[in-house]
Design a protein around this ligand. Sequence first.
Ligand code: CA
Length: 374
Amino acid sequence: MTTFLTARKTLLNSAAIGFALVVGLLAGCGGNTAGNTVVAGAESSKTYRWKLITTWPKNLPGLGTAPEELADRIRAMSNGRLDIKVYGAGELVGAFEIFDAVSQGTAEMGHGAAYYWRGKLPVAAMFATVPFGMNTTEMTGWLHEGGGLELWRELYEPFNLYPFPGGNTGVQMAGWFNKEINSLADLQGLKMRIPGLGGEVLQRAGGVPVALPGGDVFTSLQTGVIDATEWVGPYNDLALGLHTVAKYYYYPGWHEPGPSLETLVNKEAWASLPPDLQAIVEAACLTMDTLVPAEFTARNAAALQTMLDEHGVELRRLPDDVLDRLQELSVEVVDEMAGDDPLSQRVVASYRDFAERAKTYSKISEQAYINARD
Ligand code: CA
């Protein structure tokens, strides 16, 4: 991780110099346009000191380091004018309190995942991931170019929040179990840590979903508070040590096929920034939305090999009939989520419309290629 971050920071410093040159050139070109001129003065010399709170254990590789790197990039690109201090889960507020804390201005920014707010705002989960829904590439297409992000901002607007996609883990693993899952009967009464819509689906299949932040997963599985857990994938799961408290590692991650993380900004704090700092935050968020999935792609394969070669982890695939039933239940869950609320209906319709078209194309592009390669 250190080497990787150091390499990135070297690149970042070059990027910061390039950015400063571009800003300088733009300032030179636009100087005589009334209303658009940024005059050197109070606003451009002011330093903003912000707090960023997260749902992740401090510096957990991947999830926890992503907001740290986001803050580093914003600090470098702004020449220190936007100085953000990052807090891990529990340092300032609890893991599941960041939505409210950023909404209320306790911190200016947050980093988490939208499905954690399902109790307050059920349809928010669709901006994280939908069981048997879009993969990472498709989700990124919907959010950035398919109208998804506009709907996300509309949904969070009454909560005084301005969200950005905050990276994506790629398709996750189905999770860690101490008994084999050979049929639907094996899910009956199974107490499993699984968030979001996946948890709702598991419940309908007879299981007992439990909501736990990442920092509590290991101990809960070790002490038998839960029977099984999902977390992310080999890179993050190895970091939490889950292979030491469960025997079987199941795939595929039907419940989280391409989960987007989220970066939250308090709306007043956002509005208080001058346009160049807003542009820097936006650019840094976009950068992280590219680098986080790259990091997971690079690290998951290596971590899986370590689990198999050094820790004797037993890989298992969920049986087809189990996956088929979970998929049927997933459709029901999303159907019901649209409910009577017009905005929720629009979110569900937009997601499903995009997903359907993306699936048709993916079949003859990525899926066909992967099948051909194998
Ligand atoms: Ca997960």
